[in-house]
Design a protein around this ligand. Structure first.
Ligand code: GDP
Ligand code: MG
Length: 177
């Protein structure tokens, strides 16, 4: 008799950072393949999914997007931080305040048992706005090293993240997730 088809494994990844850094656009880019025409402020928690194939196995990547600084209810928070496989911290390279908020987001995750034992990565978004950069690669890399996270500088808007006709493969949104 035929074996039942294997169940698709689901990887839950939460995307965290200040409001406006581009979390919704990044998750949209990854799941829909393009930059959204317009985004509305996320209310509460939202998630998007994409099926990928890794080593011949179909895996469902579930990206949980949040309302950033807006506080959601305690019951929601518990739900959000449960069964997380990886955490993506996002800041906006053109907004130093969003970078300074990172320790608070990292701390909040630790309080929900999401410390160094889960894969965590740091993403600097909006690299297409090269003339407005406030957070340089050096300072971001130091921060990433100090928190044992890999750093990806990217752009949800332009696949050409360096804005000069070139980009490092590692910076592409595809490479992050
Ligand atoms: P969220 O609050 O973190 O979910 O941020 P959104 O995804 O809603 O994006 C906030 C604003 O930044 C919107 O106006 C987006 O169009 C813009 N944005 C997001 N990602 C990028 C990017 O990579 N480059 C540029 N130039 N703008 C972006
Ligand atoms: Mg959003």
């Amino acid at each position: 008799s035929a074996l039942p088809p294997p169940r698709t494994r689901i990887f839950k990844i939460i995307v965290i950072g200040d409001s406006g850094v581009g979390k919704t656009c990044l998750t949209f880019r990854f799941c829909a393949g393009r930059f959204p025409e317009k985004t509305e402020a996320t209310i509460g928690v939202d998630f998007r999914e994409r099926l990928v194939e890794i080593d011949g196995e179909k895996i469902k990547i579930q990206l949980w997007d949040t309302a950033g600084q807006e506080r959601f209810r305690k019951s929601m928070v518990q739900h959000y931080y449960r069964n997380v496989h990886a955490v993506v911290f996002v800041y906006d390279v053109t907004n130093a305040a969003s970078f300074r908020s990172l320790p608070a987001w990292i701390e909040e995750c630790k309080q929900h048992a999401l410390g160094t034992e889960v894969p965590r990565i740091l993403v600097g978004n909006k690299c297409d706005l090269q003339d407005s950069v406030q957070v340089g690669t050096d300072v971001a890399q130091q921060f990433a090293d100090a928190h044992s996270m890999p750093l990806f500088e990217t752009s949800a808007k332009s696949p050409n993240s360096l804005g000069d006709g070139s980009y490092r493969d590692s910076d592409h949104v595809e490479a992050i997730f």
